[in-house]
Structures are given as C-alpha cells and as structure tokens.
Design a protein around this ligand. Structure first.
Ligand code: ADP
Length: 195
C-alpha cells in the first residue's frame, strides 16, 4: 500500500482519536498522536513528560518549539517514511502548521488531505464531561476549547488555502462518521493516482 499522509483536525471530544484508530487500520499509516506521545512521556517520567505534565493538566499547550521537534523526529523515522502518517492533535497552532509545511517540503512528501471532523462546541463539551479523563476538569475543558478557537481554528483556512481541507460532519454514529471520512479521503487518494 502506498504511504498516505493525512491530518485529522477537530475539537477535543469530536471523536478524533477513535476515528484516527479506524483510519489507521484502513489506510495503514502510522498514528502520530501528540497527545498520546505526551501522555506516554508523562507516564514514563521523562524530562519531556515533566515539562508537559503541568501544562496538560490545566489545558494549556506545550510550547511550539518542543512539540515541533518531537513531531519532526517522529516523522523522520523509518516506519513513518515507509507507511506514511495520520497526524492527530498536530498541527494545533499556526507556528506548528508552518513547521510541518517546512518539514514536508524538505523531505518532498506532500500531504494528501487534512480532514476536519466537525462537531459543535456544546456537543463536545457534553462528551468530554461524560468521558471524565484526568485532564477533563471543567476549567481545563474550557481552556482547551478556547485555545482551539483561537489557535487551531485558523488552521482550517490555512489548509483550505492550500486546497487540502475536507470537512466532515461528525455528528452521527461512529460507523456513519467513519464512512463519511473514508469517502472524502478515498476521493483525495484517487485524484492523486490520476495525476
Ligand atoms: P485533547 O484533544 O482532548 O486536548 P490531546 O490528547 O490531543 O487531547 O492533547 C492533550 C494535551 O496535550 C493538550 O491539552 C495539550 O496540553 C497537549 N498537546 C497535545 N498536542 C499538542 C500540540 N500539538 N501542541 C501543544 N500541546 C499539545
């Protein structure tokens, strides 16, 4: 299978993580989730984990330089070069988007698509309260959603300008949302084949 390079965007609680797992199973890329990488670092008690822990607990973002370095290192690894990637939780700020673009240009590996899994704020808030993860306190949820609006939402226009953005309505059952996602991604990939 050819390497696919995808970005999945969406508010916290949009079902991004669940759908990312399914997309990885379907298309074969490596799931590169910055949230999972950071949680693993926290659990392992590494330097990075110690730096990230306090920020994550209050819903703040880890610094761009640090996260850009971690992602660039991961994307350069052999398995990712061979199988491609599904980026989940990155890029999250304009600076991260610029860093990603720079990296991909340098290695000559363009993105196939960026898909925004669109779920309204009220719905994601209810879902996050219900899942009760350790960093899902009310204040942290509000902080993360605020940061999403101010830092991450502008990236939708950024991807759209580059002709890479697809928007998928995430307000449906898991199976339906998955079919919507594969439908837009399949058309991206078949357009790519035709060129
Ligand atoms: P959520 O989407 O619910 O915020 P994630 O697993 O994507 O969950 O991220 C958890 C936390 O990890 C974030 O609140 C943030 O502190 C940190 N984090 C994850 N990705 C990034 C990133 N790209 N840039 C900065 N911080 C990040």
């Amino acid at each position: 299978m050819a390497a696919v390079r995808l970005v999945i965007l969406g508010r916290q609680g949009s079902g991004k993580g669940t759908q990312a797992e399914r997309l990885v199973a379907n298309y074969g890329p490596v799931h590169v989730s910055t949230g999972n990488m950071l949680r693993a670092a926290v659990a392992a008690g590494t330097d990075l984990g110690l730096q990230a822990k306090a920020l994550m607990e209050v819903g703040d973002l880890v610094g761009d330089d640090l996260i850009n370095e971690i992602v660039a290192e991961r994307l350069a690894a052999d398995d990712v070069v061979e199988h491609g990637f599904l980026l989940d939780g990155y890029p999250r700020t304009p600076d991260q988007a610029a860093a990603l673009e720079g990296f991909l240009t340098e290695v000559g590996a363009p993105l196939d698509a960026a898909v925004n899994l669109d779920v309204p704020v009220e719905e994601v808030t209810a879902r996050m309260v219900a899942r009760g993860r350790a960093d899902d306190t009310e204040d942290a949820i509000r902080r993360r959603l605020d940061l999403y609006e101010s830092e991450t939402e502008p990236l939708l226009a950024w991807f759209a300008q580059r002709g890479l953005l697809d928007v998928v309505d995430g307000l449906a059952d898991e199976e339906t949302v998955f079919r919507r996602l594969t439908s837009v991604i399949d058309s991206r990939l078949s357009v790519g084949d035709a060129v």
